[in-house]
Write a protein that binds this ligand. Structure first.
Ligand code: ZN
Length: 333
């Protein structure tokens, strides 16, 4: 059974030469706007024939480095600098981004768990469907920014997934290395079902994602990493002239067992190791203290493996089941 057409309509042409700013308009009828719309900003920059890059931020609404780098690009970049086409969507889940929350306030939709989406579903499912059936098929390379959000923080990394096809994985790793974050992560997701990553990779596209710090804000350093990585990926794709500007990057891996640590108690986190520090199996990563009474001992959370602390819960209170720590394995050359 074929799917219905997407209800989303771009207000600008997606193939036109030059630089066009507009919206992806999604009809959304509600109390305060009977025939209203969700309006997702988009810029398309095209100059002649060449590859197409799709650059996305705001897949989660509380992550800022991608939106900063991409919003800057929509303003700064001129068509004459481009060979091919760049489709830029800095705030994919725009309702969530405006609310400063991971998921959409309209339907509770976590965009990065709803791919490939539905054209006849919720607002967030409709956004997912438009990307997968309309924008991603136009692209040769897709860069999707993440930054931990309000409840996680990471060492700054670009990531490529473990894929079945070696040629495809090689393309993704080359693009990740071109991004040149301080860390380069070979990633196996906790649960890949519904992720943009998974759907884009299923279409055979070269795909890079990131996690660049987190905690629900950006820093000068994190914004610089995102801006440089964006330009580097566009150079790598041949869309901007020149070679990527690459410094040494630490290769890490979350594919072995025991990388992820989850809270088995609710309470207050006392970190014992900071991001980027080396740990051995059995080392204490953090203590969780009770907050309901005094005098009881804490729960000590110990590393299940040797590695580098690549991710940690944020902020100070943790709940049963929260992801507390990600201990990644360094990859030897
Ligand atoms: Zn995210």
């Amino acid at each position: 059974m074929s799917l219905p057409d997407s209800p989303i309509v771009p207000t600008i042409p997606l193939y036109a030469e030059g630089k066009n700013h507009g919206y992806l308009r999604l009809p959304y009828s509600r109390n305060d706007s009977a025939w209203g719309s969700v309006m997702i900003p988009i810029t398309v920059i095209r100059n002649g024939s060449g590859p197409t890059a799709l650059l996305t931020g705001g897949n989660h609404g509380d992550e800022y480095e991608g939106p900063i780098a991409l919003q800057a690009l929509t303003h700064d970049l001129e068509p004459a600098e481009v060979t091919g086409r760049i489709i830029i969507v800095p705030f994919m889940n725009h309702p969530a981004f405006l609310a400063g929350t991971r998921v959409s306030p309209l339907d509770g939709g976590n965009l990065n768990r709803l791919f490939p989406g539905r054209p006849d579903g919720t607002v967030t499912q409709k956004i997912a469907d438009y990307f997968i059936r309309t924008l991603v098929p136009m692209a040769d390379i897709v860069l999707d920014f993440h930054s931990g959000g309000k409840t996680l923080e990471f060492v700054p990394f670009a990531a490529a997934h473990v894929l079945d096809d070696a040629e495809h994985q090689g393309r993704c790793i080359a693009a990740m290395e071109a991004f040149n974050a301080p860390y380069s992560m070979t990633l196996r997701e906790i649960d890949p079902v519904g992720m943009f990553d998974t759907s884009v990779e299923a279409l055979g596209k070269t795909f890079v994602s990131t996690e660049i710090y987190g905690g629900g804000t950006a820093s000068a350093r994190s914004a610089r990493i995102a801006r440089k990585g964006t330009v580097n990926v566009l150079k790598h794709a041949g869309i901007l002239a020149g070679e990527p500007d690459c410094a040494p990057s630490t290769a890490i891996d979350t594919t072995p067992a025991g990388c992820y640590h989850f809270a088995e108690m609710t309470g207050m986190m006392e970190p014992l190791v900071d991001l980027g520090e080396t740990v051995a199996e059995g080392d204490a990563l953090m203590r969780i203290w009770l907050t309901t009474n005094t005098g009881d001992p804490p729960l000590t959370v110990r590393s299940k493996r040797d590695g580098i602390l690549a991710g940690r819960h944020f902020p100070g209170l943790v709940k049963l089941g929260d992801c507390l720590a990600v201990v990644a394995s360094p990859i030897e050359d």
